[in-house]
Write a protein that binds this ligand. Structure first.
Ligand code: DO4
Ligand code: MG
Length: 281
C-alpha cells in the first residue's frame, strides 16, 4: 500500500492511498502524517482508512506533495563504499575520518532538513549560489514512528555542495542544509510491501537540455549498514513525537567532473516506491 499527501485544485490538502492512479482520500482519520505515525499500529490504521475511504480522486487532478508535515528529516552518511571513496577524494586533509566512520560502530547521522526546507515531487530543488560543485544524492528513506518502528519507505534527495564539504568537514551543515536542499516523495510505501533489499534498485538520472548527462544505479544490498541499526542509533537520546524521516546515504556519486546546473532534471527511482523528479531551480 502506498500513502500520498495531495493538494486539490481548490487548495485543500488530503492524505490518502494511491492505487491505479487514483487517490482514495482518508476521511475522519488522522489529519496529519504525524498523527498516523503516532497511532498504535500505523499500518493497520492506514489499511482501515483505505477500506473506509469514500472519496476517490484521479491522481491527474491532484498535486502530489512531499509526504511530510511536522517531521524532522535526518540523514545517514558514508553508508556505501562509493560514498566513502568519493568523500576521501573530495576532502583535503580529512580523508581518514570517512574511512573511520565507514567502519565504526557509530554511524554518521545528521539533521538534514526541517519540513519547511523540503520540496515535493515536481518542485524545484536548489544549488547554493556559493557552490561550484553540487550533486544530487539519491537515498532510500525510512519513515519512522515515534516508537522508532520503520513504518514505510520513500525517496529522498540529499542535495549536497561537494566543494564546501570537501574544503572542511566542519562545513557539512552548510553543504547539506539550505533552502530547497532536500526533496522527498512521491509516496510512502508501507514497509510490508517492499521486496527483499538486494532486489531493490536505486537509479539516478540527470537530463540537461534534453540530453542524459548522468545515469547510475546501485541496490540496497550494497549498503554497509542495516536500516534497523541506523534507526537504533538515531533513537539514542532523541525523541521524535511526530515521527521522523531518515535518508540512508547515497551509493551513487557522479564522477568528479560532474556538477549540477540550473534547469537540470533529476529523477530518482527506487523499486517498489516510484520516481521522484525535480528540476534544479
Ligand atoms: O559525510 C558526508 C555526507 C555523506 C552523505 O551524505 C552520504 O553518504 O550520503
Ligand atoms: Mg547523503
Amino acid at each position: 500500500m502506498q500513502l500520498a499527501k495531495v493538494r486539490r485544485r481548490d487548495g485543500t490538502l488530503a492524505y490518502g492511498a494511491l492505487r491505479d492512479q487514483v487517490i482514495h482520500c482518508f476521511q475522519g482519520g488522522p489529519p496529519t502524517l504525524g498523527d498516523l505515525l503516532a497511532a498504535d499500529d500505523p499500518a493497520w490504521l492506514a489499511r482501515h482508512l483505505l477500506d473506509s475511504a469514500r472519496q476517490h480522486e484521479l491522481l491527474s487532478t491532484l498535486q502530489l506533495l512531499a509526504p511530510v508535515d511536522r517531521q524532522e528529516i535526518w540523514a545517514a552518511g558514508v553508508t556505501y563504499k562509493r560514498s566513502k571513496i568519493a568523500r576521501e577524494e573530495e576532502s583535503v586533509g580529512a580523508a581518514q575520518f570517512y574511512d573511520k566512520v565507514y567502519t565504526a560502530a557509530r554511524p554518521e547521522l545528521f539533521l538534514k532538513a526541517t519540513a519547511g526546507r523540503v520540496v515535493g515531487p515536481g518542485e524545484p530543488v536548489r544549488i547554493r549560489a556559493d557552490s561550484r560543485w553540487s550533486v544530487p544524492e539519491p537515498e532510500w528513506t525510512l519513515v519512522i514512528s515515534p516508537k522508532l518502528k520503520i513504518i514505510g519507505y520513500t525517496i529522498g534527495n540529499d542535495m549536497s555542495a561537494r566543494d564546501i564539504e570537501g574544503e572542511n568537514p566542519l562545513y557539512l551543515p552548510q553543504a547539506k542544509i539550505y533552502e530547497g536542499s532536500c526533496a522527498v516523495g512521491p509516496v510512502i510505501t508501507l514497509a510490508e510491501a517492499l521486496p527483499p533489499l538486494a532486489q531493490v534498485e536505486i537509479r539516478l538520472t540527470v537530463d540537461r537540455e534534453g540530453k542524459r548527462v548522468f545515469d547510475g544505479t546501485t541496490n540496497l544490498g550494497m549498503m554497509a549498514r542495516t536500516p534497523q541499526e541506523l534507526v537504533d542509533w538515531l533513537g539514542r537520546e532523541n525523541r521524535f513525537p511526530d515521527g521522523v524521516l531518515l535518508l540512508t546515504g547515497t551509493g551513487i556519486v557522479p564522477p568528479d567532473e560532474f556538477t549540477l546546473a540550473s534547469g537540470d532534471q533529476i529523477a530518482i527511482s527506487i523499486t517498489g516506491i516510484g520516481t521522484l523528479t525535480n528540476r534544479v531551480a
